[in-house]
Design a binder for this molecule. Structure first.
Ligand code: HGA
Length: 610
């Protein structure tokens, strides 16, 4: 996804901007550009389709030298990925880079055209540049004009702007798309992710929603959404506090489990408007393609397959779209009959999973309507070869047992469900607005679930001496139970099986005795009473029960029954929340058993072989 870098300094900043863009390359993009206020006092830009290295080569042939500049990697949402649509966009003396989507760009464009502005791109971003020029006519101060401009923008944006008439500053605005200021000595920087600036500083100030910033070489000023001047806290990173460091955690897996509120937040950023999902987040042709979708086929492996299984419940319940889910190694070798107008959705953390990639390639021969990849790596084969993409923003996942990649995939799949339902008009009244609000609260709920860490650690002791376990769930919690069982298998080597709770009496109940703990996830939904009966069936056979239950579910500890109270959450989002204690459980069981948590035996991270 697109990235922003900006700098105001006393030295030439072009190389800093290009290096910053390279550090954001992992997010995926289709073109790159830079605008510099040069030492000749002119505003110049260089843009290239393709890799940042192409831009770098162009700059080597024709250098831009200056002390103020902005740069961007674009992942097209409005207008094809070509050079004229690449950022920065110019209007008179103004250069703008933008992450996100301006929803009212058409209205603004017509208004600005009527005033004589000439558009040279098909992007929504260009309206921002012209609108700002228009505002500057009434109010020549760039910062004040930017404040007036953003008042008229609907949608999501992270913006960085420079003005050849006021080359002492870089101005920025954040709403729905992250921005961070990097603080240097006598120089300051801006980026959409601090990673882009780690080469020049380790001190950062994160902008909050609605903030406007004026960044000068020796001074930074910020105003909040109400226009009040505010100070934002300075965060200092110690060396090496990047992904490849366990920080305060004993294992990468535990660190990654605890990163989930942050990465879920990141996965949502720039993809939600006030009360809707921004469909364009899936790509410029998404709305057109989604309007034709009548069925969905999801294909994935392992943990990603479980994410797909949850999505099936969502797609059918919320969007009314029939959905099939299959493991990639089966799908690729089976004679598949494709229903008309079926969207092929692949899910993979790395985007290089051999079976999933092969399934996508087969799918292209089979007459699917189009393909969508839900993936954590922007520069991956799966992304390159799919028509549409939703990149999860989990960051690098090092633990072999996937955790944060799974929950961000679920977020991506819920965004897909709401987008399909929105475009096809199949969502119930108010459903989208409610769930968008719930999604915004999700990072906080996940933080609450993580606070149960030490409670789950104690429960883990019940498993240390056991060899077999059952995981039960109903509805969309069944795949959550499957994912819980997979985690336990992967890292603690305890045999774990998951069943839909209603299946218990059709076989697995025969296994239950006091050596077979049974783990259950029990949100407060209409299936709760049925689930409670299933649990009685287990207790009656002496099975020990571990129940993760909604605080409102009315379940309490009893003999052989250990209830862990979970924060209350909207039923649709409960699969994401209930995954957390199951991840923690398998982690602590593995620690007790002394296994190699981050690199379990026989397993590899990115499965690029069949
Ligand atoms: N809407 C703008 C910016 C796209 C973006 O944020 N991509 O990740 C465009 O299409 O240029």
């Amino acid at each position: 996804m697109c990235g922003i870098v900006g700098a105001v300094a006393e030295r030439n900043i072009t190389a800093i901007l290009v290096e910053g863009l390279k550090r954001l390359e992992y997010r995926g993009y289709d073109s790159a550009g830079v605008a510099v206020y040069t030492n000749d006092k002119t505003l110049e830009r260089m843009r290239r389709v393709g890799k940042v290295s192409e831009l770098e080569a162009a700059l080597a042939a024709q250098p831009l030298v200056g002390r103020l500049g902005i740069a961007h990697t674009r992942w097209a949402t409005h207008g094809a990925p070509n050079e004229r649509n690449a950022h920065p966009h110019f209007s008179g003396d103004i250069a703008v880079v933008h992450n996100g989507i301006i929803e009212n760009h058409e209205v603004l464009r017509e208004r600005l055209k009527a005033k004589g502005y000439v558009f040279t791109s098909d992007t929504d971003t260009e309206v921002i540049a012209h609108l700002l020029t228009e505002k500057l006519k009434a109010q020549p101060d760039l910062t004040i004009a930017l404040k007036a401009t953003v008042k008229e923008l609907h949608g999501a944006y992270g913006l960085a702007v420079i003005n050849a008439q006021q080359p002492d500053r870089l101005v920025a605005a954040r709403s729905g798309s992250p921005l961070v200021i990097g603080l240097g000595l006598g120089e300051n920087f801006l980026a959409s992710d601090q990673l882009a600036l780690r080469q020049v500083t380790d001190r950062f100030m994160y902008l909050e929603e609605g903030d406007i910033a004026e960044i000068r070489r020796d001074n930074v000023q910020i105003w909040d959404v109400s226009g009040q001047a505010v100070e934002r806290q300075i965060v200092q990173y110690s060396d090496g506090a990047e992904a490849a460091d366990k920080g305060e955690f004993r294992h990468y897996m535990l660190k990654e489990i605890h990163e989930q509120p942050t990465v879920v937040q990141r996965t949502l950023e720039g993809r939600l408007s006030q009360n809707q999902v921004l469909v364009q987040a899936f790509g410029p042709q998404a709305a057109e393609l989604f309007a034709k979708v009548r069925n969905v086929q999801i294909v994935a492996c392992g943990t990603s397959y479980h994410a797909g299984m949850v999505a099936r419940y969502w797609l059918e319940e919320l969007a009314g779209i029939p959905c099939q889910v299959e493991v990639a190694s089966e799908f690729r070798y089976r004679k598949v009959v494709v229903q008309p107008d079926t969207l092929f959705v692949s899910i993979s953390q790395s985007g290089e999973t051999a079976d999933t990639l092969a399934a996508l390639r087969n799918a292209k021969e089979l007459g699917f309507l189009g393909s969508l990849a839900i993936c954590n790596v922007g520069i991956s084969s799966l992304v390159r070869e799919s028509d549409l993409t939703l990149l999860t923003q989990a960051g690098r996942e090092i633990g072999v047992a996937s955790t944060k990649a799974f929950t961000t995939q679920l977020v991506g799949l819920l965004l897909l469900t709401l987008s399909l339902g929105q475009v096809r008009g199949t969502l119930g009244e108010g459903v989208e607005a409610t769930l968008v609000e719930e999604l915004r609260r999700l990072p906080t709920r996940l933080g609450e679930a993580l606070a149960m860490d030490s409670t789950v650690e104690k429960i883990a002791e019940l498993f240390a001496e056991k060899n077999h376990t059952l995981f039960l769930g109903r509805g969309a919690q069944f795949p959550v139970a499957m994912e819980g069982a997979l985690k336990l298998k992967e890292i603690s080597y305890i045999h774990a099986e998951a069943y839909p709770a209603g299946e218990l009496k059709h076989g697995p109940l025969a296994l239950v005795d006091n050596d077979m703990p049974v783990v259950t996830v029990a949100p407060n939904n209409e299936l709760l009473e049925k689930l409670k009966s299933n649990l009685q069936e287990v207790r009656a056979r002496g099975g020990e029960l571990i129940v993760f239950a909604d605080e409102k579910a009315g379940m309490t500890n009893g003999e052989g029954t250990h209830v862990v109270q979970m924060p209350h959450i909207h039923d649709i989002l409960s699969p994401i929340l209930y995954t957390i204690p199951l991840q923690l459980l398998s982690y602590y069981v593995a620690v007790l058993k002394g296994t190699d948590v981050d690199q379990p035996r026989n397993l590899a991270k990115s499965v690029t072989v069949e």
